[in-house]
Design a protein around this ligand. Structure first.
Ligand SMILES: Cc1cc2nc3c(=O)[nH]c(=O)nc-3n(C[C@H](O)[C@H](O)[C@H](O)COP(=O)(O)OP(=O)(O)OC[C@H]3O[C@@H](n4cnc5c(N)ncnc54)[C@H](O)[C@@H]3O)c2cc1C
Length: 157
């Protein structure tokens, strides 16, 4: 019997992840962000990470045009920020944005963050795999615990 989408969703829910907000800007410089859990490291040489973005994402063109993105790793007290950047119809230009050294929008108050240059885009079914070369990293709040996502809900360590 083939695996159903519901079974797939349930089994993937057993895999705990961190929560990030991935940020970029459109051609007019307006920041855009969305909540992303499909973030992982890929390679040490060169330094590569990957994120998986829904093909229907309203900000997909901004990623492709700017050629760069930021990854902001959330702390356990940032559920509201995660919800803001996951909600349909939310104003994604609003948030605690700052500009990173490479010009990419980043968020203040997060646990850690990095700036990446898009290296390659790979089709992945209904998502797009975005491979990013890591250009800058910062740990802002090493004393804080990360926000986790497990079985469809936010969790703490
Ligand atoms: C814990 C967690 C983890 C997540 N991880 C991921 C992940 O890894 N990858 C991922 O892709 N998503 C992930 N999401 C979901 C993601 O955050 C949302 O899908 C995203 O914020 C939606 O962004 P959007 O800009 O498309 O939304 P909106 O701007 O609200 O748009 C919603 C839909 O409307 C369409 N739309 C928007 N504007 C227009 C317009 N003017 N005209 C016509 N259509 C329009 C868009 O194309 C889109 O399909 C996660 C969510 C949570 C809570």
């Amino acid at each position: 019997m083939p695996v159903t989408p519901d079974e797939f969703r349930k089994v993937m829910g057993q895999f705990a992840t961190g929560v990030t907000i991935v940020t970029t800007a459109n051609s007019e410089g307006t920041p855009y962000g969305l909540t992303v859990s499909s973030f992982t490291s890929v390679s040490m040489d060169p330094l590569l990470v990957v994120i998986c973005l829904d093909n229907q994402l309203s900000g997909l063109t901004a990623f492709k045009e700017s050629g760069k993105f930021g990854v902001n790793i959330l702390a356990e007290d940032q559920k509201d920020l995660s919800d803001h950047f996951a909600r349909t119809g939310t104003d994604r230009s609003q948030g605690p944005y700052v500009t990173g050294k490479t010009g990419v929008p980043l968020l203040e108050g997060v646990l850690a963050r990095m700036e990446c240059e898009i290296s390659t885009l790979y089709p992945g079914g209904d998502h797009l795999l975005v491979l990013g070369e890591v250009k800058r990293t910062e740990i802002l709040h090493p004393e804080k615990k990360p926000l986790l996502y497990y079985r469809g809900a936010y969790r703490s360590l």
